[in-house]
Design a protein around this ligand. Structure first.
Ligand code: ADP
Length: 153
C-alpha cells in the first residue's frame, strides 16, 4: 500500500499550538507529515529566525517519528512532487481562511493534479490563535508562552 504523505506548508512565524493541533490530528489521517516552512530568500521579512523555528518544531514533535520539518523556497506543488506527497494539509479557522485557502487549493490543483488539499477545521480552543497576533504581543514584550507548544529562548 502507498504511504500517505502530507505536506503541511506555512510561514509558521511562529509555529503555534493551533498548528500543532492540525499536525497531531493529521497524524490520524496520514502516515507521514512534512512541516514545510516557506521561505523567500529575496524577501527576508520573518520575525522569528527560520533556523530557530525549525529547531522549535522538531522539539515539539520529538516523540513523533512520522513528523519532519524542512525549509523550502519553491512552489509547494513542486515540493510535494519531490517528496512523493499526495496531500497538502491546511487548517481553517474562519471564512477569511476559507477564501484564501480556496484560491491556493485551486492553483495547486492546476500545478499538480496528483495533489489533494485536505482541510481540518480548527479546534475551538485554538480558533483565536494567529501567528500575526502572537508577533504583535511579543513585539511589545507580552507573554506568548501559552500560545506556543515549546519554550522560546
Ligand atoms: P500561511 O502564511 O501560509 O497562511 P501560516 O503559518 O499562517 O501560513 O498557517 C499555516 C496553516 O495553518 C494555514 O492553513 C492556516 O490557516 C493554519 N492555521 C493557522 N493558525 C491556525 C489555528 N489556530 N488553528 C488551525 N489552523 C491554523
Amino acid at each position: 500500500m502507498n504511504r500517505r504523505v502530507a505536506i503541511f506548508p506555512g510561514s509558521f512565524d511562529p509555529f503555534t499550538k493551533g498548528h500543532e493541533d492540525i499536525v497531531l490530528r493529521g497524524l490520524e489521517l496520514f502516515d507521514e507529515i512534512i512541516v514545510a516552512i516557506g521561505h523567500n530568500v529575496q524577501k527576508n521579512v520573518r520575525y522569528f529566525e527560520i533556523e530557530k523555528m525549525v529547531g522549535y518544531i522538531e522539539k515539539t514533535f520529538v516523540d513523533q517519528p512520522n513528523v519532519s520539518v524542512m525549509v523550502y523556497n519553491e512552489l509547494t506543488a513542486d515540493l510535494a512532487k519531490k517528496h512523493k506527497a499526495n496531500f497538502l494539509l491546511r487548517g481553517l479557522r474562519n471564512t477569511t481562511d476559507f477564501e484564501y485557502e480556496n484560491s491556493i487549493a485551486q492553483v495547486n490543483r492546476y500545478l499538480n493534479a496528483e495533489l489533494e488539499s485536505v482541510f481540518l477545521i480548527t479546534s475551538p480552543q485554538f480558533a483565536a490563535i494567529s501567528s500575526s497576533i502572537i508577533r504583535e504581543v511579543h513585539r511589545y514584550n507580552g507573554n506568548i508562552g501559552d500560545f506556543l507548544p515549546y519554550q522560546i529562548d
